[in-house]
Write a new protein. Sequence first.
Length: 171
Amino acid sequence: MPEIPIPVALRHRPTVGGLVVPWITMQMPDGRYRFGAIDAERLLAALTDRICQICGNAMSRPFVFAMRDVDLSRLIAPEPAMHPECARYSVTACPMLAGTMTRYRAHAPNSPASTGDPAGARPGHAAHAWRLLWTSGYRRIWDPRTRTPAAQILIEQLHRVQQIKPPTTDR
């Protein structure tokens, strides 16, 4: 896999294997980062204080959310917004968003401080297609389905929906 250039706005973040570690990524007790696992405290802070989930800096409009179709149908984002530049990097660098990861990790993170799949429904299952939503705002809510913090987007706040490359099949 070719090296993905890191934007200037993300050069302050740690990297693992040439990839930027998103600000909301869970850090394990031994110091390693667990890609795909979300730090519950940082998730809440990002949604409440409008902090970019990738760079960790304050957000302003437009807000860009990565969402699966099941989330899009409810206009509820389980993950915080990103700056447009951080979203562009993520769509290229994140194997799940880039469509190069065909299945979710086989084992859920074993930590009470982690969130992202509260029902434990994703481990080992086929990856979802993702979309980027460009919005002018959102409000933080407690998702009635998962009972976790999330962003609710009103239809009048939605400006654009962009298809991201669907996951490759693993036949």
